[in-house]
Design a protein around this ligand. Sequence first.
Ligand code: GTP
Ligand code: MG
Length: 565
Amino acid sequence: MNSLVRRSAQQLSLWRTYCIKHNASEAASPGRNAGRPNYEEFIGRHQRQAQCSIVVQVSSEKSYEELYNYCSSFGSIMGAHHYCVRQDETLHYILLEYATSDEAAAAIGAGVTNGELSGVPVRSPFLWFRAAGGGRRSPKLVANTAPALLSLDGTRQVDQRHLLGLLRGAADIEEQVQQLYEHTRLNELGIRMRFLAALQVQQAIAGMFPAAQAQPFGSSVNGFGRMGCDLDLILRFDSDMGAKIPLEAAVPSRLVYHTKENLSNGRSQTQRHMECFGDMLHLFLPGVCHVRRILQARVPIIKYHHEHLDLEVDLSMSNLTGFYMSELLYMFGEMDPRVRPLTFTIRRWAQTCGLTNPSPGRWISNFSLTCLVMFFLQQLRQPILPTIGALAKAAEPGDSRVTEDGINCTFTRNVDRLGFRSRNQSSLSELLLQFFEFYSQFDFHNRAISLNEGKPLSKPDHSAMYIVNPLEQLLNVSKNVSLEECERLRIEVRNAAWVLESEVENASVPEGDGQELSCGLLNLFKHPEKAVIRPNMFFKPRMVEVSDLFEQKEAGATSSSTPPT
Ligand code: GTP
Ligand code: MG
């Protein structure tokens, strides 16, 4: 452990590198995010971007110049991103962003259905670009040179071999952690595409529900998402996300809408609405396919795939706490530039040794694992993150959020109000090792993890792992984790601590002593035997509903798209 202690000058220089890379001023860190957008601003900016954007399928990136010239007739194009969807063949798309939403609407409004091949004539931001001469005459164009594409094949995930090369070439574990984060996190184009998927759903019901909101949450927006992560979406019929409107601001109108009566059982009503939405998505929305309804879950969801965005979507209508939990995680990620790279590394490590698994089951979820990291950072002698209790205490009246089921999601949205400043200057490799050491000694048997308190509490029941749900404190986030999986976690963190300790010791041996070059993080990710036989693989995925099978059988009928020219 002593060998890990670096000179403070070196740490300070690392700190500066983080600050430069993350666009944060040194004065603003740690503990502050002055000048950086808060969650609502971040969400708002991406929602506006989505309203100004269209996605056009093209035959290849070579069509860009022609598309740019054609689409410029509807407004000023501010940026263009190219990406591919790889199915049996490679499909090419270009996302264009206009200066205003009216211009994007004009481009969408100018779209036509494809004559005799037309499908259900729904308008959406998803279009394709056909060859000149087909159908109506093109508007007269002045050929402009298109500015360079902002991304080419912009959603391609980093090749594993390339990533390995980068990690091998890194100077130390610090750099490896940063490289892993930079090369695997969800990029700007990925975020834009997720907000477009949300907008499509919102616009689809805007006629009946003009104030409807489809809000992305989870790893797509909390800053902990990797490339290819799913999109968690919450759909609300009105713009009420639980924020309390101050009484003086509410102007009582004398005109009151006639409405349908609510069913007495709110859950049944949500399930009925979702069933109906499932049909609507399946039958009408371009790109939406493989719609599955999972309505008996604690939070009923509709799952679907978006073929033009190459995206898995989980849509819910009653998960506001998930939305606010994402805000808390976003804030934690913004408060200190070490939080996200550290969490990425730990999530990657857990995936490599089979502790996490994309399908839900009796193993720890990425969300619970992220909570373990946040708790670790709170309980340090020099904490890097404040407790959620402290965030709640610093709330102002404008921060009040109460969901319709009465769950209080009130906490300060202005971290500066907290006056929290971390004096912890540990490097990422130190923190990584400390994380593994901390959980290899943690008394999961008797203690619960509370992010609200930032310290362990007595366990209120016999669950193998107990993480107090920060927003519903009577619930356990990790209730699903079995005793066997909890034990495996303890074994794996112990192994990881051991591996990392030896890595750091090797790294301290001067080069040229006949020692093998240390691989740092790579040794943490070496689990070839587990990649073949993982205990998780013996558990069956959750039962498929009959309605799911029905949906899957019909899934092929969802697309009416025709290959573009
Ligand atoms: P990946 O999808 O694995 O990349 O991570 P994720 O963070 O998106 O996790 P997931 O899709 O399982 O959940 C989406 C979001 O819902 C999380 O980020 C949390 O904000 C929230 N969430 C998930 N589980 C819980 C829970 O048990 N309690 C609360 N309050 N929120 C939860
Ligand atoms: Mg998710």
